[in-house]
Design a binder for this molecule. Sequence first.
Ligand code: IDP
Ligand code: MG
Length: 137
Amino acid sequence: MERTFFIIKPDAVARGLVGQVIERIERRGFNLEALSMMTASPELIAQHYEHLADKPFFLLLVQYMTSGPVIAGILTGPEVIKSWRDMMGATNPLQALPGTIRGDFATAPVDGIVANVVHGSDSAEAAEREIGLWLGK
Ligand code: IDP
Ligand code: MG
């Protein structure tokens, strides 16, 4: 069994999409091991996305991710890290295929903000780091 860390981002919470995202997780057969609602601090987002700190969009990303409450949690299941990334779809919703969460729920970026509904860890190492950072588990 693998575990991964996921976020339902502020745009999705604000738009009332939490239930539909959770429904897809449950329908796929993954287990919700933890679920927490919180508003992230800029410091937390800066640590979470530290590998993007030198990107020109970094400040916009911090503003976006702190703009309202998020749902953060842990998913467990077979090959859940890759499966959840596949369910999310491409980073830019313009490229995300219909059938993926981003492809079904997000528009192309507006004003440089890639508001794309969900986050998922991209490796087992990232999952453990992010779970520790956000949930202390
Ligand atoms: P991922 O979320 O698909 O793993 P990352 O490259 O890790 O994509 O980027 C993290 C987040 O930063 C993205 O989900 C998106 O919200 C934002 N982002 C990524 N690339 C851009 C960009 O070129 N402009 C603005 N925001 C971006
Ligand atoms: Mg990423």
